[in-house]
Design a protein around this ligand. Structure first.
Ligand code: NAD
Length: 297
């Protein structure tokens, strides 16, 4: 059993804290919202009147707050965690904040002799309730192993991101991809609707292909990630198919801004002589556009 403090009992934090209680950990809690504190107190947590009070005597302090400014206040403010934190305690920052802010906090905490790690989460509040979050642990191996017994109460997948600051960085990249993919998926769904295709059909098809399953796990592993650009499906054909969809969208007056931008990337790849390469070579094209060859990745 760990003596832990949990600060930030919102949509995510409240169920995460609840799962720690359920696993028998001793929990001191704080939130600006007294009702959120009262709800956890009714389930056995000790209410704190400030971050400093919640952190008093804790071995591990977890923060789950809206943004970096709030995390800074909660840790370093006048009533902040560092006012009472034991020197040997570990702060586990689980919010989604800018990596620059996370790095600055790690530095400020270290300057005061405190241990700080980033461990943001993937998935949603439903997973927070079920205790099945994806936890992206950025910390030293020692920090991760100290935090792991608590993290495993809140999530069913713990990824060691490779060192301090890397959890929040992979979290931001993951969100970049899934948020942008949400927009591309919406374009595809509206194109289906305009064509009179039932969404059930789209679900049945896209669930089987790179469209729904993603390229990291389907088209890339055996091709570009192994340096093999011989075509399973070539750039020229992908460019042609994207053009067919854009033409239909234009005919049906469905704007497809992301698809149009993607076609320009395929056009660039063709212009660079990649037309007969595998479509996964788009990764190399984007690397080249960023001035990074594949060895510097
Ligand atoms: P939320 O707004 O529901 O909860 C934030 C909580 O922090 C609130 O209860 C609020 O009262 C409290 N709070 C704000 N300032 C405070 C302060 N100074 N001191 C103490 N408490 C304070 O937000 P959420 O959905 O729980 O998200 C929390 C973090 O988790 C965010 O960084 C978010 O980006 C991230 N996240 C959210 C989801 C999701 O699906 N909601 C998924 C993954 C990550």
């Amino acid at each position: 059993m760990t003596k832990a403090a949990f600060i930030g009992l919102g949509q995510m934090g409240a169920p995460m804290a609840r799962n720690l209680l359920r696993h028998g950990h001793h929990l001191q809690v704080y939130d600006l919202n007294p009702q959120a504190v009262a709800a956890l107190a009714a389930e056995g947590a000790q209410p704190g009147s400030s971050p400093a009070e919640a952190a008093r005597g804790a071995e591990v302090v977890i923060t789950m707050l809206p943004d970096g400014q709030r995390v800074r206040e909660v840790l370093l403010g006048a009533q902040g965690v560092t006012q009472t934190l034991a020197p040997g305690a570990l702060v586990v920052e689980m919010s989604t904040i800018h990596p620059r802010e996370s790095d600055a906090l790690a530095q400020a905490m270290a300057a005061q002799g405190f241990s700080f790690m980033d461990a943001p989460v993937g998935r949603t509040s439903a997973h927070a309730v079920a205790g099945t979050l994806l936890i992206l642990a950025g910390g030293t191996p020692e920090q991760v192993s100290r935090a792991a017994p608590l993290l495993r109460c809140m999530g069913d997948t713990l990824v060691e991101a490779g060192g301090p600051g890397r959890g929040i960085r992979i979290k931001i990249v993951n969100n970049y991809m899934s948020i942008a993919l949400n927009a591309l998926s919406a374009e595809a769904a509206v194109l289906c609707e305009a064509l009179g295709l039932p969404l059930e059909t789209a679900l049945a098809v896209m669930g089987q292909t790179a469209a729904g399953r993603g390229h990291f796990t389907t088209s890339w592993p055996d091709k570009v990630l192994k340096g093999d650009l011989t075509p399973a499906f070539m750039i020229d054909l992908a460019h042609k198919d994207l053009g067919l969809a854009l033409d239909i969208g234009s005919q049906l007056r469905v704007p497809l801004p992301l698809g149009a931008a993607a076609r320009e990337l395929y056009s660039q790849a063709r212009a660079q002589g990649r037309g007969r390469q595998d479509w996964s070579a788009l990764l190399e094209q984007v690397r080249a556009a960023a001035g990074r060859d594949h060895h510097s990745a």
